[in-house]
Design a protein around this ligand. Structure first.
Ligand SMILES: Nc1nc2c(c(=O)[nH]1)N[C@H]1C(S)=C(S)[C@@H](COP(=O)(O)O)O[C@H]1N2
Ligand SMILES: [Mo]
Length: 425
């Protein structure tokens, strides 16, 4: 006699003893339960995870995701990176909810691989137009007043593959060069003030200790505003991939200026014209001129479910539409969602109050009638800037750009719930 046998006393106990709960489940929303009169063996039979004790605590000194979520990983696009050293992978946005990106899922962009720096060997030098050139150890940096803030980091090339039309059939690849992390560190201005910034200083050069010696010029105004020198992400030490032991945090600005493995800060009176701000990370416009120092990531949003990786599998009825919005200029004021390719728009529900320059989660709860959808989201930020269409961006900037594509994204949902990356035009 097994647990599924109607004469099994365990089953009878479950059915009578659990009547209140069972009734609540059966009377749940249409389509959400199995329905009355259909005994569900997952309820009526003793399951193996209940029949015996689970795995002991010592099996997992550093926790890993449950094995059923093994598919939730960073992924790359083989043809997009020439090798694994100068490469990028993508955050699995389709599998995440809320706003913070788990450390192991933050996309990586490295120009010369992941540097490994023993914390005791870490040094940060400040020189140039300062009163006192200084060298800090990690311990020195940790004695400045500490703060924690959540910010998004978006690579300027995020969504860049879509400049010429829909190309990647997945939100991980169209929008996954972004993460949103709670950083702990010190304000850059406190560290610069310790060295004494000379009045002639206007710009800051930040340089990494990796073999790429990645370096970018940053206006002093921004450096003294909200930049951070961070040594923790989501509470724990930075991951090597994210610049352990120390990275620069430049809220709202393109990822390229967020120097990882930060080793040098130089104050000067003019920008330095580094490779990463001349041959790369400029935007070649339609008239052949190049837009330089386009630092700010403008307001953008995307629906993360439904998405190509998240088809509707439950048929008509209640459908949770969910997505992310962000702006390098501050907070998100509102997000609108259209189901019909822009004919009608509805205000989405902003979930909690994200801080400025951080990811904002939004939801729209609808009753899907089973008809095809043309889903789009459109973000408005606190400055009143409205996320443009891709077509509007192309009119302004031409087709030569690889960077700063923040146009609205369209997902076509078919009758079966399948989702495809399309563009209206
Ligand atoms: N030292 C150093 N800093 C760097 C880079 C690098 O290759 N070396 N890549 C930059 C680029 S292009 C981006 S988009 C971000 C990526 O940050 P992540 O790896 O935490 O996602 O780091 C920036 N900082
Ligand atoms: Mo980047």
């Amino acid at each position: 006699m097994g647990a599924g046998d109607p004469k099994d006393p365990r089953r009878r106990r479950l059915l009578t003893g659990g009547l209140g709960l069972g009734a609540a489940l059966v009377a749940g929303r249409a389509g959400a339960g199995t329905g009355e009169g259909t005994p569900d063996p997952k309820i009526t039979e003793l399951q193996p995870w209940t029949a015996g004790p689970g795995v002991g605590v010592e099996a997992n000194p550093y926790g890993q995701p449950v094995r059923f979520e093994a598919g939730v990983v960073r992924r790359n696009v083989p043809w997009f990176s020439a090798d694994t050293i100068s490469a990028v992978n993508f955050t699995p946005l389709q599998a995440l909810d809320g706003t913070l990106t788990p450390n192991g899922l933050c996309f990586e962009r490295n120009h010369a691989g992941v540097a490994e720096i023993p914390p005791e060997d870490y040094r940060l030098m400040i020189h140039g137009l300062v009163e006192r050139p200084l060298v800090f150890t990690l311990g020195d940096l940790m004695r400045f007043p500490r703060e924690s803030h959540s910010y998004f980091l978006e690579c300027a090339a995020n969504t860049g593959m879509e400049w010429r039309g829909p190309q990647m059939n997945g939100v991980q690849f169209t929008h996954g060069m972004i993460h949103n992390v709670n950083y702990t560190g010190v304000r850059l201005r406190h560290v610069l003030q310790a060295a004494g910034v000379k009045p002639a200083a206007r710009w800051l050069l930040a340089e990494g200790a990796d073999a790429a010696a990645m370096s970018r010029s940053i206006p002093l105004e921004k450096a003294l505003d909200d930049c951070m020198i961070a040594f923790r992400m989501n509470g724990e030490a930075l991951r090597a991939e994210q610049g352990y032991p120390v990275r620069l945090v430049v809220p709202g600005w393109e990822g390229n200026v967020w120097i990882k493995w930060l080793r040098r800060l130089k104050l000067g009176d003019a920008p330095w014209a580094q490779r990463e701000e001349t041959s790369k990370y400029t935007d070649l416009l339609a008239d052949g001129t190049a837009r330089e120092m386009s630092f700010v990531m403008e307001a953008k949003s995307v629906i993360t479910s439904p998405a190509p990786e998240n088809p509707i599998t439950h048929g008509r009825g209640p459908l949770v539409i969910s997505g992310l919005a962000w702006s390098g200029r501050g907070r998100i004021a509102s997000v609108d969602v259209t189901l019909d390719g822009g004919v009608n728009w509805r205000a989405a529900r902003l979930d909690g109050a994200a801080g400025p320059k951080a990811l904002q989660r939004f939801y729209l709860d609808i009753d899907w009638d089973g008809r095809p959808l043309m889903l789009q989201s459109r973000a408005v930020d606190q400055t009143g800037y409205v996320q443009p269409t891709k077509e509007a961006l192309r009119k302004l900037r031409g087709l030569n750009s690889a960077y700063h594509m923040n146009g609205t994204q369209t997902w076509a949902v078919d009758r079966d719930g399948g989702v495809t990356n399309v563009e209206l035009g």
